[in-house]
Design a protein around this ligand. Structure first.
Ligand code: AMP
Length: 274
């Protein structure tokens, strides 16, 4: 495994690869969720690149950019054991210059839900993902369904800009109680961790209602809100189709149910694909 910190080194390292390249972009503090993406990419490709970069342009003023968990040494070990070929860990100065050309998230899908609560977040996310996809030369790039809106927007960017890379959606990894793994879970106290389970519980309740034949979005959202009572603040409960258009009725096979809520310090998101 080689660790690469500059653009030049990355471009050089890539030249030596023949065959398919699997790529997993991350912000580090790697957990089992990241690892599942890495393992899938390892299985499906000849070479494996993981990037670790806490991207400043996707954090809004006042968000946790400085406090975002960083665990470089542990992350490198995890990548080594997982059989990663190249770990790309650039400094901010390698990735950006002043007065850059920018990519904008789509006006509607990029500014609802996460995009409404965090305006500009998806612009910065797409900007860095475009750079990373170009640099890595990925054949396939792996993204978690955990960040559903992010995943859908990246797939749209690849389609709209005719990029030659396959976007592979990966299942959400949860702990034994159902909490979706996230680097931000380290901020949760034991008591908050228990309460944080209300997000996955609300999603489970919704899926049970659908299985029992309830398809009305307003009824399901109302019921989910009662389960989410344990959160400190619920930001949204949304039911959309796979292109993030609002729905009045669940469409089996084409629906995503999403929640965002604050529990203690972190803002948590979770979703289920129906
Ligand atoms: P991050 O480091 O938070 O930017 O995440 C890097 C990638 O890992 C993204 O594609 C996330 O969607 C994915 N990811 C994060 N948590 C999970 C999880 N619990 N299950 C599956 N994928 C995840």
């Amino acid at each position: 495994m080689i660790i690469v910190r500059t653009i030049k080194e990355m471009q050089e390292a890539k030249k030596g690869l023949s065959g398919s390249i699997g790529f997993v972009p991350t912000m580090g503090a790697l957990h089992q969720g990241h690892l599942s993406l890495i393992q899938q990419a390892k299985k499906e490709n000849d070479h494996l690149i993981v990037s670790i970069f806490v991207n400043p342009t996707q954090f809004l003023e006042g968000e946790d950019l400085d406090a975002y968990p960083r665990r470089e040494e542990a992350d490198i070990k995890i990548c080594e054991v997982a059989g990663v070929d190249i770990v790309f860990m650039p400094a901010i100065g390698q990735m950006y210059e002043k007065d850059e050309l920018c990519i904008g998230a789509p006006a509607i899908r990029g500014y609802i839900l996460e995009g409404e609560k965090r305006p500009g977040h998806f612009d910065g996310m797409l900007q860095v993902v475009m750079k990373l996809l170009n640099l890595s030369g990925a054949t396939r790039a792996y993204f978690g369904k955990k960040d559903a809106q992010q995943l859908v927007l990246i797939a749209q960017m690849v389609k709209n800009y005719f990029m030659d890379v396959q976007i592979i959606p990966c299942e959400i990894v949860r702990d034994e109680k159902g909490l979706a793994l996230s680097s931000r879970n380290v901020y949760l106290s034991a008591e908050e961790k228990e309460r944080a389970l209300c997000l996955s519980r609300a999603l489970k309740r919704a899926s049970k209602m659908v299985m029992a034949g309830e398809l009305a979005v307003s009824v399901i959202r109302k019921e989910m809100r009662t389960v989410l009572d344990e959160a400190d603040k619920v930001e949204y409960v949304a039911i959309v189709d796979r292109a993030f258009n609002a729905l009045e009725e669940i469409e089996i096979g084409n629906t995503i149910i999403l929640v965002a809520a604050w529990v203690g310090k972190p803002r948590l998101i979770d979703n289920i694909w129906i």
